[in-house]
Design a protein around this ligand. Sequence first.
Ligand code: NAD
Length: 467
Amino acid sequence: MEIDVSMIEKIVKDVMTEVSGGTAACSAGYTYGIFSDMDQAVEAAAAAEKEYLKRPMSDRKKYVQVIRDVITDKQNLEYISKLAVEETGMGKYEHKLIKNRMAALQSPGVEDLETVALSGDDGLTTIDYSPFGVIGSITPTTNPTETIICNSIGMLAAGDTVVFSPHPRATKVSLDTIKMINRALEEAGAPRNLIVTVEHPSIENTNKMMQHPAVRMLVATGGPGIVKTVLSSGKKAIGAGAGNPPVVVDETADIEKAASDIVAGSSFDNNLPCIAEKEVIAVDSIADYLMFNMKKNGAYELKDQAKIDELVSLVVKDNKPATDFVGKDAQYILNKIGLSAGPEIKLIMIEAPKDHPFVQIELMMPILPVVRVDNVDEAIDFAVEVEHGNRHTAMIHSKNVDALTKMAKLIQTTIFVKNGPSYAGIGVGGEGYTTFTIAGPTGEGLTSARSFARMRRCVLVGGLSVR
Ligand code: NAD
């Protein structure tokens, strides 16, 4: 009988994955980037960076492909998507599959690093995107694996190494993703410890990481607290902070399509994405028809004021979303107030006044308030107000070019989607690449490899110009 070596290799790999919960055991003491101590983790990333600098661009390109391949491997993709929901208690498995896949396939790699050349009588000057060195990347509970995947691709493409500080409530899935990537990189001949973290992520460890002199740049993907902390660090920092994306619908819109897009975008991953529609602002003349169509697309309209009040006291604590309800299914939330709904229900819709907590607070739950206004000018003014100056994301459904232009100019958000669901803004059904680190406060916008690089000028005097 012929022995198929590749089949045996596959069986061994599958068994290793099975026994180690998605990641293979350590080879010769290598912990696949996981350290017990933060200083050791940073120093390992700094040592890896020295080695990485010697590698050609073709290696970086190869390593980006390795990350794309290991994450889109069916078994790995299903493993991290399932574990993310189980461990954090947030979001939807089917949507995590889509998000992780997008992060792996649509985050730009080395092609993002375009060189500028100046050629003339005095010679040739190039301006290149060059690595920062070791980057500290702080990642959220809401997109734990997606952020690790897209930042690993962008940062390694830029020639950096990365120390991740995952959210403590997403420890296992974050560590397993980092191990999975490092194992695949090692198999491809990459230096060890290109991406690292610690066994026990914590605020203390994040502070230690931020203060370590070898960390040259900080990237915070999370709420206002951590963005403020990195911006006060004295280091180069990228802040990708909170949003509260409004969606305006006026009387010129295709109302049936607007309703379907809004429910799809707002209920995606149970409203966890920072870009997801968080409140609807509808012109009075079409508001009823819009809500009628939203119900046809899976919105459950809650009208009983006593139940709405009960819901507010349950899901809002100290003017913040109650963690226990963030990213939960609409059915789960309805059950807690004594109501039930079938699997066709994707979100809970209420009609609300402008000052309602569901309108003002970034809930990150499938609860969508609809605010009724007299006209599109009032809608735009209120959208600007309720976005709270986050400059994050906003949507409008309208065919009135003046209204589209006015809102785009006034709201100043990093992402502005016209006539589509919010996720069109990160490349799903809209043109453009994907990222899960959207830097409004510091202005990089949708981050990619070039956001994690420094501009350097190399000047060759008196030669090589062929003009
Ligand atoms: P979070 O702010 O609670 O946590 C984010 C990360 O920061 C975690 O790793 C956490 O451990 C760390 N952290 C928080 N406070 C800290 C402190 N004082 N010191 C040190 N570390 C600290 O956010 P979350 O609940 O995980 O994620 C949801 C928030 O993130 C929402 O506001 C959402 O809009 C935002 N977000 C923004 C983007 C973006 O690209 N702009 C992407 C995803 C999430």
